[in-house]
Design a binder for this molecule. Structure first.
Ligand SMILES: [Zn+2]
Length: 218
């Protein structure tokens, strides 16, 4: 569950130190949104969790219905029409589709944090959604680029064959086609490069240094 959901349910939040994480965006995004009770590297998480579960539990607070519902969906509860209506009460249906399952994504406003969640329970912050969409776009463009490169290769071969057989007019029309495909391929190559640069910038922005005190003890 998102740290914010835990917070609202009176839970203790522990976030992995982003400098220690394999994919730093997740803990870094969490740190950007809530002030967790603990920030520790992965190696210190087992002893910390062991210590925390031994501490006496505080006064139980009722869990907000929408937090509870989101947890139920995340556990893979079967989806009914009623569930879809509940999702409509939690958030707004967006035009975006889930990068994991292709389902509708609901936009869920959570204080200043906007999250996207499908009915299956895949959840993304707007930042991670943006990175996921860039990846989907990049994959789609890469497929188009591969197809165009194949078209260039084939048109070039057909042009050469036609020329060798003395069909100069057909040869030049294949050559023109090869050139047009090559131009389209170049513009897609540029788009992929721009996306890569954008993603690199976003990932650099998402890197947040852990709080000073924790870094010294960590
Ligand atoms: Zn999904």
């Amino acid at each position: 569950m998102a740290p914010r959901g835990f917070r609202r349910s009176n839970g203790i939040t522990v976030v992995q130190d982003p400098t220690d994480a394999l994919f730093h965006e997740m803990p870094a995004t969490a740190l950007g949104r809530v002030k967790p009770d603990h920030v520790v590297p992965l190696s210190e998480m087992p002893p910390l969790l062991e210590k925390l579960v031994k501490e006496p539990a505080g006064q139980a607070r009722p869990v907000p219905w929408n937090v509870k519902y989101e947890v139920e969906i995340a556990k893979g509860k079967a989806v009914t029409m009623e569930d879809m209506e509940k999702m409509d009460r939690i958030g707004r249906r967006s035009v975006l589709t889930c990068p994991d399952c292709g389902g509708t994504m609901w936009e869920v406003d959570d204080a200043k944090l906007v999250r996207y969640r499908c009915h299956v329970g895949h959840a993304y912050t707007s930042e991670l959604m943006s990175i996921a969409l860039d990846e989907t776009l990049r994959r789609t463009l890469a497929t188009a680029l591969r197809t165009l490169d194949e078209r260039v290769a084939l048109a070039t071969k057909l042009s050469t064959d036609a020329r060798q057989r003395g069909h100069s007019q057909r040869a030049s029309s294949w050559a023109t086609e090869a050139e047009e495909f090559a131009q389209q391929a170049t513009s897609i190559r540029d788009s992929i490069k721009r996306i890569d640069e954008m993603v690199a910038r976003m990932e650099a922005d998402a890197t947040v240094a852990p709080p000073e005190a924790e870094r010294m003890t960590g």
